[in-house]
Design a protein around this ligand. Structure first.
Ligand code: CA
Ligand code: CA
Length: 344
């Protein structure tokens, strides 16, 4: 009897050990699997240079040529390499339109560098002038030559109003890669219409013949809507075949920021010949709004339709450079226009 009890105890201990070992091994495998996935995503992010990104494509998505003349802006640019400073003089504007319906205009200019928008300046308001003269100089400091050449100078002209919101009149964009600005260089440029500024999104795309990898890197200066005081942004990433959603992912929600860093990777399995039939939809949402998430802006990328020039170019470069990560900034679109036609 004693022997039987001892045998049972030994058998029970052996069984428990086996169970623990199997459970432990299984758990080890699962953790290994998770680690591998996370490591792959992390490695992928680290191999993508998200700083050295051209902003040039985006310029044509931000400004549209107006149907009527909006006036022109004269400004000068100088780069001091020793002091790592870019100087911008806002000189004057000519023939600005009537912005107050009382044959007046009270213009001022906001000056910044895209995509960072870290330093922003504005001139004083000159009241009741269609051709104002400012002669104000602003200095963007701590700007290396390499960084300067990747930035785009943005000058936006507004009409100051006392009671209502200031009216945007027009804007000029100057990619700084085009000149070295060793001496003052003078520009007189026609003002163009600026699209609604919902903010910018940076993405990386990679196609390897069977998978489409989408990296949502970061967003910048997302627009806070209505009476909200803050944003809790997240991104929806989906691939559609016609109107049918094949797969949809969502990033984590970032709290109380209009310039979130996501760094999340999503993988869509597609056959080689299927890529041209599928469309990538990216929607930046705000969850801080009461009830369901509210859209801040969107992008569409595919071979046949895209919401803008930078989207079209990124997709094309991805298709023609398999295995390479193609990084781009995009200006988010408020409404969905594909090939010039409004969809949403
Ligand atoms: Ca006005
Ligand atoms: Ca005014």
């Amino acid at each position: 009897m004693l022997l039987l009890v001892a045998a049972l105890v030994v058998a029970a201990v052996v069984a428990m050990c086996m169970c623990w070992c199997m459970f432990g091994c299984a758990r080890g495998k699962k953790e290994d699997g998770d680690d591998v996935t996370q490591t792959r995503a992390k490695d992928y992010f680290e191999t993508v240079d998200t700083e050295d990104v051209s902003y040039m494509d985006m310029c044509s998505d931000i400004l549209k040529t107006p149907s009527q003349f909006l006036g022109e802006l004269t400004f000068s640019v100088l780069y001091d390499e020793t002091g790592a400073t870019l100087k911008v003089q806002v000189t004057e504007a000519q023939s600005l339109p009537d912005c107050d319906e009382q044959t007046t205009c009270d213009p001022y200019v906001k000056v910044t560098l895209l995509p960072d928008r870290g330093q922003q300046f504005r001139t004083k308001v000159i009241k009741n002038r269609f051709s104002p003269r400012w002669l104000e100089t602003f200095s963007f400091k701590g700007l290396s030559k390499e960084k300067m050449r990747k930035q785009v100078l943005q000058l936006c002209v507004y009409d100051y109003d006392i009671i209502t919101r200031d009216d945007p009149i027009g804007a000029v964009l100057l990619p700084l890669c085009e000149y070295d600005f060793k001496e003052w260089r003078v520009f007189t440029e026609p003002l163009k219409l600026a699209a609604q500024d919902c903010g910018d999104l940076q993405t990386a795309l990679r196609w390897n013949g069977s998978t489409l990898t989408v990296l949502i890197t970061k967003a910048a200066h997302l627009r806070i809507q209505g009476f909200n005081l803050k944003l809790d942004p997240y991104v929806l990433v989906s691939v559609k075949h016609g109107s049918k959603t094949i797969k949809k992912y969502q990033t984590k929600t970032m709290r109380n920021t209009s310039s979130p860093q996501f760094k999340e990777t999503f993988i869509f399995g597609l056959e080689q010949d299927q890529l041209s039939e599928h469309t990538l939809f990216i929607e930046v949402m705000d969850s801080s709004f009461i009830g369901k998430g509210r859209i801040i802006g969107r992008l569409v990328l595919s071979e046949h339709c895209a919401t803008g020039v930078s989207e079209k170019n990124q997709w094309h470069e991805m298709v023609t450079s398999p295995g390479q990560s193609i990084v781009r900034w995009h200006r988010l679109k408020e409404e969905l226009r594909i090939n010039g036609r409004k969809v949403v």
